[in-house]
Design a protein around this ligand. Structure first.
Ligand SMILES: Nc1ncnc2c1ncn2[C@@H]1O[C@H](COP(=O)(O)OP(=O)(O)OP(=O)(O)O)[C@@H](O)[C@H]1O
Ligand SMILES: [Mg+2]
Length: 270
């Protein structure tokens, strides 16, 4: 499969390896005698500050790709590169720096806060230990992002069980942004949020990416949301990238039948 290089429209310089790259990544899961190819020779380059959407039906391999980038899973063959280097060749110190530079937000990440601690304590712990921020920087950023996210700062002193699911999820997004990542992986990050707060959260994420030159991989089933958030989009089916290109072109004039079906199904459902 050919290399898929996705630069923001109008970007003059392109690094061949980008900030994050998947190089011929294949992942085969074996369960008993059966095997399933969740990713099949995926090559994809994410440039600095580029926002790309990943769309495709359930089971097409989107979350598996995200897990590869986080190093939570390893390719059966192929490589995942950060700034041109295989993430599995990192030293321990490089790995820690990588864990700060790349942050993940899942559909229910808010549920991952320590239930015995206040949100403030959980966030401060992660950001001063894992991410190496000073206590003052972590606190200032945490409090100002909390307010920007439309949350009352007093909620920081509650334990997760005393918050709504949407409040917890918004705190999870604050936590992901505090360490000033260079890559954000959002896997259905706003799907569980009330439509009325989705806009606030998406605007904040987009604004963060723009001001911090942060790249975004935005996995979503929502096509309007993907159109709003991304420069380019990748369409996946059965672990294969079937189409990629500028988001507007792909969604308005799909070249691949499968993309057309996705777009038509969405219009029909909506
Ligand atoms: N640990 C695993 N063991 C076996 N099969 C797996 C494992 N993880 C994922 N798979 C399979 O790999 C395929 C891709 O899964 P993945 O979670 O990446 O899909 P997805 O595109 O994120 O779907 P959704 O939109 O439902 O979140 C699926 O068929 C899934 O069942
Ligand atoms: Mg998924």
């Amino acid at each position: 499969m050919s290399q898929t290089t996705l630069a923001p429209e109008g970007t003059a310089t392109r690094e061949p390896s980008g900030i994050l790259a998947f190089e011929n990544v294949t992942r085969v899961f074996r369960t008993g005698l059966e095997s399933h190819t969740a990713l099949d020779d995926v090559s994809l380059t994410l440039q600095e500050s580029q926002r790309i959407g990943i769309i495709g039906e359930s089971g097409s391999g989107k979350s598996t790709l995200v897990r590869m980038a986080l190093g939570l899973d390893r390719p059966t063959s192929g490589r995942v590169l950060y700034q041109g280097r295989d993430i599995h060749s990192f030293s321990q110190a490089e790995w820690l720096a990588y864990r700060r530079a790349i942050q993940w937000i899942g559909q229910d990440t808010g549920g991952a806060f320590n239930p015995r601690w206040t949100i403030r304590k959980s966030m401060m712990r992660v950001n001063t230990t894992l991410c190496g921020l000073t206590a003052k920087d972590a606190k200032d950023r945490m409090e100002s992002l909390t307010v920007q996210m439309g949350l009352d700062a007093a909620l920081l002193d509650r334990k997760p069980a005393a918050l709504s699911g949407g409040q917890r999820q918004r705190f999870a997004i604050v936590r992901a942004v505090i360490p000033e990542p260079k890559v954000l992986l959002a896997d259905e990050a706003v799907s569980a949020l009330d439509v009325s707060v989705q806009g606030t959260v998406l605007n904040l994420l987009k604004e963060y990416c723009d001001t911090a030159d942060c790249a975004l991989m935005f996995v979503s089933h929502g096509l309007p949301t993907t159109a709003f958030m991304t420069h380019d989009v990748v369409v996946m089916k059965n672990g294969v990238v079937v189409e990629h290109g500028p988001t507007r072109r792909v969604l308005e004039e799909p070249e691949h039948d499968y993309t057309r079906q996705l777009v038509d199904a969405y219009t029909y459902d909506a």
